[in-house]
Design a protein around this ligand. Sequence first.
Ligand code: HEM
Ligand code: HEM
Length: 123
Amino acid sequence: MSNWLLRLAVLYLIAGVSLGLFMAASHDHSMFPVHAHLNLLGWVSLSLFGLFYRAFPQAAQTTLAKVHFWIYVPSHFVQMILLTLLFRGYTNVEPVLGVASTLVGIAIVCFSLVVWKSTRHAD
Ligand code: HEM
Ligand code: HEM
């Protein structure tokens, strides 16, 4: 799971930086929230998840960690597609974007529980 999180993280880094370069070159910064969340919920968060599961391999084996992964990865992907559409003027995507974002939030709560449970003992 750690490997997949790190591999997906660098794909989001490429996507986020490509959009950043496009925004800088075109002087059209209107997509900056998409850029920010591709980089922060994609590259940064996925890397931190991946490195955490690397440091606590037993945590990666838990059902909660698998729930975290399988809710977060698809929901965040859908969230980024819908956020792009929203900033392209498709305002009708907003309710589904709300659902995807809430699922991302739920996955983050699952991850937080995994962190708390697996760091209970000092070692
Ligand atoms: C070559 C790489 C990058 C380029 C060319 C780039 C370009 C940009 C541009 C043009 C903006 C819009 C600025 C504005 O209108 O205020 C922006 C905003 C932002 N970028 Fe990047 N970016 C790059 C990499 C990154 C990375 C790696 C991260 C995070 C790890 C990041 C995080 C952000 C954030 C959070 C904002 C929003 C800042 C705000 O609220 O004003 N960027 N970037
Ligand atoms: C489900 C999760 C999240 C949701 C729904 C969300 C939503 C939002 C919204 C609505 C804004 C204001 C956008 C605007 O006014 O243009 C925003 C801005 C921002 N968020 Fe998030 N956020 C989430 C997670 C995160 C995380 C985990 C980070 C950092 C690791 C982050 C970093 C930022 C930054 C730096 C900004 C300012 C740049 C911008 O406006 O795009 N967000 N977020």
